[in-house]
Ligand binder design. Sequence first.
Ligand code: HGY
Ligand code: MN
Ligand code: MN
Length: 407
Amino acid sequence: MKIDRRRLEQSIEELGRIGQTPRGGLTRLALTDEDKRGRDWMVARMREAGLSVTVDQMGNIFGQRAGEAALPPVIMGSHVDSVPTGGRYDGQLGVLCGLEVIRTLNDEQIRTRHPVTLAIFTNEEGARFQPAMIASGVMAGKIALEDAYNARDKDGIRLVDELERIGYLGAEPCVARPFRAYLELHIEQGPLLEEDGLAVGVVEGIVAIAWSRLTIHGVQDHAGPTPMRIRHDALVAAAEVVAGVRRIASEIGGDLVTTVGNLVVTPNIVNAIPGRVTLSIDMRDPRDATLDRARDRLEPIVRDACEREGVRYELEHYWRVPSTPFDRDVVNAVARAAKAAGARHRRIRSGAGHDAQYMAAIGPAGMVFVPSRDGRSHCEEEFTPIGDIDYGARTLLLAALDLAGRA
Ligand code: HGY
Ligand code: MN
Ligand code: MN
């Protein structure tokens, strides 16, 4: 069975134009006007495909294709929000290949036993509101709705007010409901599939992720008349912490990755000694125990750096998702589908978080990866060849059919 490659390519092109950057990337932050336009575009396509569309309290969008009503659905999902100057494939491919599966089932007039649902989750990236995957986290019961509603962006705007503003504050409770399986097609965002010349990754699970926030309070002062001997420079301490975070990864080694991605200096001008610095720390490892060890090394590094500079700090560990193995039956269904689609494939683990990570906490979940050119992602260079996307979409189609069953 084939998907309509031209139609899928067209949809990638059309959705990719909403929030497109001059260099052909994508900036579509959660709950912005661009996100609203992207959502509206998807809802229109869902309705054209005959899906019955509902929106829940977290703005998650669900389009259901009927099956034998009493059975729990097979859900295909992902996200349409992006990081700033990101790519047009992260998240987008999951919802567009899911849409193409629905369209193909319609073309072939296939009826399934289990209903098939297309899902779009709010704020997966955690780029505007934190943490990431906040809406699937609420659905999984891991994040309180009130906490999610009160999450604020860098301008102090609340998530719930933005949901209301763009018209996606739905009435449906954002709670766990039974599902036959959750399937998410996504770009690998790493180099492994491309290095091996493979078209599809059968994802066996996702690494553990920990996010921390550090605030360092120094003494803001004039860069000229203040002698070095009396300075308390928040940025000097922060610089030592940044180097220390990298050292944790090099000393522990293995698959541990550590990143300081966000750093804000106040007052951030040439001629003032920084009085305050906030920085983010992202740590990930396939094993929770290793991630715990890595995180335990952080506070001593921060304390030493701040003592040396005579500055104060607050260190907050505010988000943690455990290492998540996917459901064996779903993984095997994806592997069978990749084989039936004629896709060269391998089993693989995800170093990136996905809504599938929280969905796996409330039901059987699995993922289909397609390659990223040069392993690049969260950048405008993000790209996946349409030939690989075709293999991925057919794998998603056959896995969804396998799990939903034919009526
Ligand atoms: O952080 C992640 O891994 C994902 O891109 N939200
Ligand atoms: Mn993603
Ligand atoms: Mn992402």
